[in-house]
Design a protein around this ligand. Structure first.
Ligand code: PMP
Length: 352
């Protein structure tokens, strides 16, 4: 084989959820928000900024970082923004997990973590969730090169109370602990208040879920200014202009509308709680989710077969071909109408 072909980096990439495109589809497979983003975001997008596109965007994302800092009552020097939280997490893995010690994360969790480890050659060890699919804090009380987990966890939807995360922090003064709060706005408890006491804590959030801006790609980290400076150093060594002009202005507009965020997340939480009732009546079992999805299994049906039958009906949910969770489906919470169509389908399917 030619040397340049032998020198290709071999990686097994993360596989994102399908992005099907049918006019009649019900898309409950990638935890998107079924509602539009804040009205002011829509206004910004309607205005033409095409004449500005010849100019580079602000590499420091100053206005957006300041708006995020204001919203969460932190300093701008504590905020780092990137192209979705995937970009932010990838930067964090590259910047902070450079020791020979393995980093720790759960066996059932966001499937991108092991992919970044392989890409950046970071050693890792997975810690199994217990039989109730919960993270066991004690599993993280040991020497490690860093810790990362989502809270609520994905794809289980289970939220850990702040006190449990604080126990992990107390046992790990020498490690960076990254809490991926992609879904926290749907009823979890953010650990942002712990930042004052734990300089080794980094919180990551996204505009993709509660702010209904998955297509815009905005994510951010909040942490101690020393850590944020280190992230910026790595970012500027890689690509200075990550967020584009449109994202920067739309992001600011979204952050400024707190009531809209609260109102929309309340709506999705209400739909989720109703979904729990209906699905339980249909015989589904699931952990108690505090996110915008439910992770369900049914004693009388095969999850993969149900997944295929739903897909046939243009109702898209997510099935993971991985150990322990093969008989589960992850269903994102849609509008009331979309969920009604799902219940209708399931009632018929289970009668057979
Ligand atoms: N963390 C978790 C736990 C997720 O489920 C996702 C969504 N796939 C992300 C991070 C990344 O989301 P985004 O890049 O859209 O911010």
């Amino acid at each position: 084989m030619k040397r340049y072909l032998e020198a290709i980096r071999k990686v097994v990439p993360y596989v994102p959820g399908d992005q099907p495109n049918f006019p009649d589809m019900i898309k409950l497979n990638t935890n998107e928000n079924p509602y539009p983003p804040a009205p002011e975001v829509q206004e910004i997008l309607k205005m033409s900024h095409a004449d500005q596109l010849r100019l580079y965007p602000d590499p420091t994302s100053h206005e957006l970082n300041a708006a995020i800092a204001d919203f969460y009552h932190v300093q701008e020097s504590q905020v780092f923004t990137g192209v979705g939280s995937d970009d932010v997490l990838a930067m964090i893995f590259q910047t902070f997990f450079q020791s020979d010690l393995p980093i720790l994360f759960p066996d059932i969790t966001y499937a991108f973590y092991p992919v970044w480890c392989d890409l950046f050659r970071i050693p890792y060890e997975v810690q199994p969730l217990n039989d109730k699919l919960e993270i066991v804090p004690e599993d993280y009380f040991r020497e490690n090169g860093g810790i990362v987990f989502p809270n609520p966890n994905a794809p289980t939807g289970i939220a850990m109370p702040m006190s449990e995360i604080e126990r992990i922090l107390q046992h790990n003064p020498e490690s960076l602990v990254v809490v991926d709060e992609a879904y926290v706005d749907f009823g979890g408890e953010s650990v942002l208040p712990l930042l004052d006491r734990y300089e080794n804590l980094m919180v990551v959030q996204t505009f993709s879920k509660s702010r209904a801006m998955a297509g815009m790609r905005i994510g951010f980290a909040i942490g101690h200014p020393t850590l944020i400076r280190a992230l910026h150093d790595v970012k500027y060594s890689f690509n200075s202009y990550t967020l584009n002009r449109t994202s920067l202005s739309a992001g600011v507009a979204s952050v400024k509308d707190r009531p809209y965020l609260e109102q929309q997340t309340a709506k999705i939480i209400a739909t989720r709680e109703h979904a729990k009732q209906v699905l339980a009546e249909l015989g589904f079992q699931f952990p108690d989710s505090k996110s915008n999805f439910l992770f369900v299994t049914h004693p009388d049906c095969d999850a993969h077969e149900l997944f295929l039958a739903l897909r046939e009906a243009h109702i898209f949910v997510r099935w993971f071909d991985s150990p322990r969770i093969r008989n589960y489906l992850r269903i994102s919470i849609g509008t009331e109408e979309q969920m009604e169509a799902l219940y209708q389908f399931l009632r018929q399917y289970l009668k057979k």
